[in-house]
Write a protein that binds this ligand. Structure first.
Ligand code: GLY
Length: 363
């Protein structure tokens, strides 16, 4: 088991990583001496596929625990599901402030976290991410929110969790595509801040895909150390530090939105291509050496993640890109690699260059 403390001025919290760590939840809730009811928000898949992992955790939950089960798809990050969840919680908890437990992947974590951030002007939340993607990224750092049809995460808040439990046993319940989904974010961490970690991934990618426990625990720990340090320095994402975690997301999100959050391209698959697009833009701006770009492309290829997209139009990608939160007063902003292990924020990339590069990867 490994622990990371995420230190913030107002409140710090622990991230506990390892096999079987969800079993600590009951004791942690007892220690918190939380008087209100507990509401676990989870998804259908966790409720069916991960029963064995959560069974002993559930046995230790206080009696006043209730469950809300939402579909685990991006569609649950809608205003309609958000409203429905709030109504259900208010009916069940009457005049008490509940403690929310987000038990699921990134969709559940974002939705439940946003519910916690806004219900009765904020109630506490414990994040228990069950997918590799949520474990290495979205469950930590307090960014929570829902989507609008025009773009992802357009409505949201910062609401730090009380604790995060990253239980690697959940990963055995996931299909290979979900592991690759998380791998895209893992590769991102190597590119943005740690060349030695990137080299470790090049050697151990198949160990991750085959769910080798020691490799997984080390990799998740490394990613969350990078994430925790970025959040500590720039919690509200206004100092050009936390934004580096969005490497590959600028056009990646646009691809995800343009494909209509369909089954065609999930988040990791979209940002895998987004990282290649950012890498190629950096190469054409003479910021990134071709040999580094080839290493990035080769590692993505080795994982089985896509290296290009089809069935999505350039027009739709460009129009989703206009909603990107990284835009400041009309100019575009990209996180671009300078080398493996270092990125930089670059503004005003010529639209012609973006279109030229997109044409090589789309269609
Ligand atoms: N996923 C990027 C962030 O938390 O800032």
């Amino acid at each position: 088991m490994k622990k990371i403390k995420l230190k913030l001025v107002e409140r710090s919290y622990d991230i506990t990583i390892g096999s079987g760590v969800v079993r600590q939840l009951g004791d942690v809730i007892k220690t918190m001496k939380y008087a209100g009811p507990i509401v676990v928000i989870t998804d259908k898949t966790v409720n069916s596929k991960a029963k064995a992992v959560i069974a002993s955790m559930l046995k230790q939950m206080p009696e006043a625990t209730s469950f809300i089960i939402v579909p685990g798809t991006e569609k649950s990050k809608s205003i309609a599901t958000y409203q429905d969840t709030l109504v259900r919680i208010s009916k069940r908890t009457k005049n008490h402030k509940p403690l929310i437990v987000a038990l699921g992947g990134g969709v559940v974590g974002d939705l439940a976290g946003f519910v916690a951030a806004t219900f009765r002007r904020g109630v506490p939340c414990i994040q228990i991410p069950t997918t590799l993607l949520a474990q290495v990224d979205s469950s930590v750092g307090g960014k929570v929110g829902i989507d609008l049809p025009a773009a992802k995460n357009l409505v949201g808040a910062f609401h730090q969790p009380e604790q995060v439990f990253v239980d690697t046993d959940f990963l055995r319940t996931l299909p290979a595509r979900q592991i690759r989904n998380g791998l895209a974010e893992i590769i991102k961490y190597g590119i943005i801040s740690n060349a030695a970690f990137f080299a470790y991934l090049e050697k151990n990618v198949f160990g991750i895909l085959s769910l080798k426990k020691s490799i997984l625990e080390r990799v998740i720990h490394e990613c969350l150390k990078i994430k925790a340090r970025a959040v500590e320095k720039d919690e509200k994402d206004d100092k050009d530090i936390r934004i580096t975690l969005n490497f590959g997301h600028t056009l990646g999100h646009a691809i995800e939105t343009a494909s209509g959050y369909s089954k065609a391209y999930n988040h990791g698959e979209s940002i895998a291509v987004g990282m290649l697009l950012a890498g190629e833009i950096a190469m054409r701006l003479d910021m990134l050496a071709e040999k580094d770009f080839i290493r990035i492309k080769e590692l993505i290829r080795k994982t089985g993640l896509p290296t290009r997209v089809s069935g999505v139009t350039l027009k739709d990608i460009l129009s989703s890109h206009e909603y990107d939160k990284k835009f400041i007063s009309g100019s575009n902003r990209f996180v671009l690699p300078r080398k493996i292990g270092a990125v930089e924020v670059v503004e005003d990339i010529p639209v012609l260059l973006i279109k030229t590069v997109l044409r090589r990867y789309v269609g």
